[in-house]
Ligand binder design. Structure first.
Ligand code: 5GP
Length: 139
């Protein structure tokens, strides 16, 4: 399947729709998931387009995972998490809903289950605060 540049993350990259940005560099962008399944749920995407992991340029994956490691380390500290879950889905059958490669970072606390997808957007003030809490731990 071809990459479709009208997907929501491509729009975020082009600045056509807003996001609660945590971090950006030449190759990657990290921002809050608008429907978080745990507190601090965030996403990292490469700027170079690909639908998923399988059609990505391997050089892009190196940059992507470096940013994932940096943001996950900060998110673990920011939310006082006991662990971090990393998730990445490919194609509809693989659970993907937005067809621009992305990695989920989920700060997990012992005994606190992950919420199912609510389909509802989180409070924007809370998301902005969470983005700045993660960024603060990257400084
Ligand atoms: P997937 O199932 O494709 O791995 O997950 C896509 C993720 O993107 C979901 O967790 C969903 O909550 C998130 N998402 C969908 N639309 C938007 C949006 O417009 N902005 C942000 N920040 N996240 C989104």
């Amino acid at each position: 399947m071809q990459y479709d540049p009208t997907n929501i993350f491509a729009k975020i990259l082009r600045g056509e729709i807003p996001c609660h940005k945590i971090y950006e560099d030449e190759h990657t962008l990290a921002f809050m998931d608008v429907m978080p399944q745990v507190e601090g749920h965030c996403l990292v995407i490469p700027k170079k387009p690909s639908r998923g992991l399988l059609d990505a340029d391997p050089a892009v994956l190196a940059h992507l995972m470096t940013t994932v490691q940096t943001v996950a380390t900060a998110a673990k500290k920011a939310f006082n998490a006991d662990g971090i879950q990393i998730r990445q889905y490919n194609e509809e059958a693989g659970g993907q809903t937005v067809f621009h490669l992305h990695v989920h970072i989920l700060p997990m606390k012992s005994g606190v289950p992950m919420k199912p997808h609510s389909g509802k957007m989180a409070d924007h003030e809370a998301l902005a605060q969470h983005a700045s809490m993660i960024l603060d731990e990257m400084k």
